[in-house]
Design a protein around this ligand. Structure first.
Ligand SMILES: *[C@@H]1O[C@H](CO)[C@@H](O)[C@H](O)[C@H]1NC(C)=O
Ligand SMILES: *[C@@H]1O[C@H](CO)[C@@H](O)[C@H](O)[C@H]1NC(C)=O
Length: 180
């Protein structure tokens, strides 16, 4: 088994929030992984177990809460050495580094995959904030739930950018909220 090696995607994966994502991980030359242990972890988090397959079964008692019911392996693909993970209904909080570790007692190998999650935020809402001393008005534009961080621009009717104060940005599990 020492010539076996795990492979993953060529580069980072970009997922769209709400959609399903396959994280590729496979053994080459292709060899059955049915009798092996397949572990998927998320790196740099406390609750790191994403999926565990061991002794021919999924063993997800210690799986992180946020992944409950959202992960699966492709059982018929395991015999071709394909240990790819399906993650359903991707969330912004799924963003990060994942490790696929395949272990066969005499052999073990792992790969790391970087996942980013894109989400379109809410429609911008424009509000009048105040009058200013020169008789004009101050407007503020707000939008929530973006990832990655969006840019906020004020444009005039010709499409030229208008001077504005700095954007206030806030980040939570739903993504970036912005106000300018
Ligand atoms: C290896 O992959 C090839 C191409 O997908 C397939 O034809 C072959 O049956 C596979 N071998 C094993 C042992 O699964
Ligand atoms: C592994 O299985 C998934 C799901 O069927 C498939 O999309 C993917 O192409 C497979 N990867 C390889 C290397 O066979």
């Amino acid at each position: 088994t020492e010539h076996l090696k795990l492979f993953g995607p060529e580069g980072p994966l970009v997922a769209v929030a709400g959609e399903d994502l396959v994280l590729p991980c496979f053994i080459r030359p292709n060899t059955s992984a049915v009798d092996m242990t397949v572990e998927w972890f998320k790196l740099y988090v406390d609750d790191s177990l994403v999926h565990l397959y061991k002794d021919h079964e999924d063993r997800n008692e210690k799986q992180a809460q946020s992944y409950r019911g959202r992960t699966s392996l492709f059982k018929e693909e395991l015999q071709k050495g394909n240990a790819s993970l399906k993650l359903s209904a991707v969330r912004v909080s799924d963003e990060g580094e994942y490790k696929c570790l395949v272990d066969d007692k005499s052999w073990s190998n792992d790969i790391t995959i970087h996942v980013t999650v894109e989400v379109l935020g809410s429609h911008p809402v424009i509000m009048m904030e105040s009058y200013d001393n020169s008789g004009g008005i101050n407007l503020v534009c707000e939008s929530r739930g973006w990832n990655p961080e969006p840019e906020v621009l004020w444009l005039d009717r010709e499409g030229a950018t208008l001077p504005a104060e700095d954007t206030q940005t806030h980040r939570d599990t739903e993504g970036f909220s912005v106000k300018r």
